[in-house]
Every structure is written in C-alpha cells, then in structure tokens.
Design a protein. Structure first.
Length: 255
C-alpha cells in the first residue's frame, strides 16, 4: 500500500512536470531593473512590502471571462518588484515574450501594523487610496488554470503592476463604497469602475487578507478590475484616473 502511494505520488509529480514543460515561457530577454517603491502620504514614508491582489470582484468582469462567482475573496500576490512607478513612463515588455493584458484597479496603501477584527477597524488601517494596473499574461494564465497550476508567473512578473501615487485617506466605509476610476488605452475609454459594484468591499477585502497575513505599513492591495479588460500591443498608451481624479500615464515599450 505504501509503495503504491509512493508510485502514485511520483506519477503525479511527473505529470505536473510534463504540464509545466508545456507552458514554459520563451527564453528570457535582458530587462530593465526593478524598483524599490516608496511613498510619502500625510508626511509619513512607506516602503512597499507585500502586494495583495483580488480576482473576480466585479460581476460583469467575471462574466466577460466566463468565470464563476467566488464564494469568498480570491486572493493572490505579486512581489514588490512587480511595482512600476508613474515616474517611469515606459513599461518594459515581459521578458518571456508574451504581450500582457491590462486590468485597471483601485489600490489601497496600508498605513499601520496589525490584524483588524471588524470592518470599521479595517478602515483605520488605510493610509491612502490610488489606482494601478494589474498586467496579466492571459494566454499563460489560461494554460495554468486549465492544468490546476499556480499562476504567479502570469501575474507577478517584473513591472506587472504600474501604480499611481496614493492620495491620503481619512474617510469611512461609506466613502470607500463611492470610489470611481477609469482606464483608457490610446485615448479610448475601456474601463469604468465603481467600488459600489464590488462583490466584496474594501474593508471586507482587508479582513480577508488579515485572516492569513498580519498587515504591515507599506502593504498594497489591488482590489479587482471591472469589465473591459483586453490585450495590449507594443507602443500602446495607458492612462488611468484614480478616485481623486488624478491621471497617471504610461506607454508599453516597443519591441
């Protein structure tokens, strides 16, 4: 019996290896250095720590990708090296050779250490609100999901999270339910988001994250994208507008 279990385990590992080989990215190309992100909000300095992201948090976006509505927040992470500042207007192409898709999102900057227990307490952890882009290697993501494999490589590659500056936040849960933002590609409006349409509110998302990780100053939360996502081409111009009405712009590098 034990031998059979070991053989089955070995077969499973071999299967996973074969599946991983099927989706191995193209040979890497030289890339741009990554950034260590820092923000000053309300005279406090924050260095980027973890980047938590939420998938499938808008009903219409779930429908456009043919996914199922989640029974709880879908949490994944990006490394801090995925962050790309607005001070650098050119987003490098992924070294793997695949072109990314864009997803515009509200971003949240955590301002203090701890584990919130209630929605009201979670609001007190927010130092700033902004907007960013969750760039995604959609083709790779679909292959990974089809094989039941982790999807960090399609979400967490270098420069996959262009992010605007944060506006100080001192509002309430009601304020967080009235945040609007937009995303444009080459001057064409592609995405319009409203936090009132989120499946899980921002305080609920912070509570969900805090079930597994103690929040730290400098943690960033990407809160999910509305409908209208799509593919990018080299040279495309990206413009996002955050809930404070501030616009941030980048351009995807040429080949």
């Amino acid at each position: 019996m034990a031998l059979n279990r070991r053989l089955q385990s070995a077969d499973s590992r071999d299967t996973l290896i074969r599946r991983a080989e099927e989706i191995t990215p193209l040979p890497a190309k030289p890339g741009k250095d990554v950034y260590t992100m820092n923000w000053i909000v309300n005279q406090h300095s924050y260095t980027a720590q973890r980047v938590f992201c939420i998938g499938r948090n808008y009903v219409e976006h779930i429908a456009e990708l043919g996914n199922e509505r989640p029974e709880q927040p879908v949490i994944f992470t990006k490394p801090a090296t995925s962050l790309h500042p607005v001070s650098d207007p050119v987003i490098p192409l992924p070294r793997c050779g695949e072109l990314p898709h864009y997803e515009t999102e509200i971003t949240v900057l955590v301002g203090k250490k701890g584990v919130p227990r209630t929605a009201e307490e979670a609001v007190s952890f927010i130092a700033g609100i902004g907007a960013g882009l969750d760039l995604t290697l959609r083709e790779t993501q679909e292959k990974l999901l089809a094989h039941g494999l982790p999807w960090e490589i399609c979400k967490g590659f270098d420069h996959s999270a262009p992010i605007g500056d944060f506006a100080p936040f001192s509002g309430t849960a009601e304020t967080l339910a009235q945040l609007r933002f937009t995303g444009e590609i080459n001057g064409e409006l592609r995405q319009q988001g409203d936090s009132a349409k989120m499946i899980y509110s921002i305080p609920e998302l912070l509570l969900a994250v805090a079930r597994y990780w103690e929040l730290l100053p400098g943690d960033v939360l990407f809160t999910g994208t509305p409908k209208g996502v799509g593919a990018l081409a080299p040279g495309d111009r990206l413009r996002i507008t955050d809930p404070a009405g501030r616009a941030f712009e980048w351009r995807l590098a040429e080949r």
